[in-house]
Design a binder for this molecule. Structure first.
Ligand SMILES: [Zn+2]
Length: 278
């Protein structure tokens, strides 16, 4: 069991199928189950349990995958039903979406759900109302904030350490690092693949020195070097971003192994909060 004396890696999977956000998704190859199994094997190698933030459509399409994840001892948390950024929803719509997300996840075999991650880290100062909605439901934590300026979503003044945002909800923001003039996530999907390894090494050193957890997210596609190419949804048809979506997927596991070899251990977000923030 992880405790506050260890270096904690809050590794997580945002389990979603970006194919479903394309026109005619049935024309594209199904890749989520195979990639999820690769992650599960990797986690087994380190005897590690992590958190999967899962969208509702995944639970409906692949209930047996949810069962498998649960039976291996991992945590299931919400990543919304329809993966719509929070600023495109009203509080009422958000609440309804969350209730549906919880309901389909539980139907698929998830246990008690207490965690939430906003689509594309869209929880910002503008959508802070989301914490109130979360606290009215069964949630006790969120990991939805990118605490810096960002071309997509960011909350510049949030701060870098996990903290309570109201009576019930703890927010665990992404771990950030300084890369030249930018402050960017160290252990997250595209940043983790694209930025040079010395940047990750620096991020690890910083987490150890400050005894803060390394908070990171990965998607099924982040490790998929054989996936067919298409213009990804949500990047405004930007060719550079699309190129980066595919960049260096083949080295994700060697970079993850490097983190583990620095003495980090992975635990679920739920356990981290129980052991460190209660
Ligand atoms: Zn997502």
């Amino acid at each position: 069991m992880a405790n506050s004396n260890q270096n904690i890696f809050l590794f997580s999977i945002d389990l979603e199928d970006i194919r479903l956000r394309l026109k005619n998704p049935e024309n594209y190859e199904e890749r989520v189950p195979v990639n999820t199994h690769i992650y599960l094997n990797w986690l087994r190698k380190y005897n590690s349990k992590c958190t999967f933030f899962v969208t509702g459509d995944i639970a409906v399409l692949y209930p047996s995958l949810i069962n498998e994840i649960v039976s291996e001892g991992h945590e299931i948390a919400c990543h919304t039903n329809n993966h719509i950024p929070l600023d495109k929803q009203t509080p009422t719509e958000f609440r309804k979406d969350l209730e549906e997300n919880v309901s389909v996840l539980m139907k698929a075999g998830a246990g008690q759900i207490t965690g939430f991650r906003a689509p594309v880290f869209s929880l910002t100062q503008k959508t802070e109302w989301a914490y109130k909605v979360l606290s009215e439901l069964t949630f006790s934590y969120s990991s939805s904030v990118l605490p810096a300026k960002n071309p997509f979503y960011g909350w510049e003044t949030f701060g870098f350490t996990p903290r309570k945002v109201n009576d019930k909800i703890v927010e665990i923001p992404l771990t950030m690092g300084r890369f030249f003039h930018m402050t960017v996530p160290v252990f997250g999907g595209v940043y983790f693949r694209v930025l040079p390894k010395f940047f990750i090494k620096g991020g690890i050193k910083n987490c150890i020195a400050k005894t803060i957890p390394a908070v990171g997210y990965f998607h099924p596609y982040d490790i998929d070097s054989t996936q067919e190419r298409y213009m990804n949804p949500g990047i405004n048809d930007n060719y550079l971003y699309n190129f980066l979506m595919y960049y260096n997927r083949k080295n994700v596991f060697s970079r993850l192994d490097y983190i583990m070899n620095q003495g980090f251990s992975i635990c679920t977000y739920y356990n981290y909060i129980q052991n460190n923030l209660k």
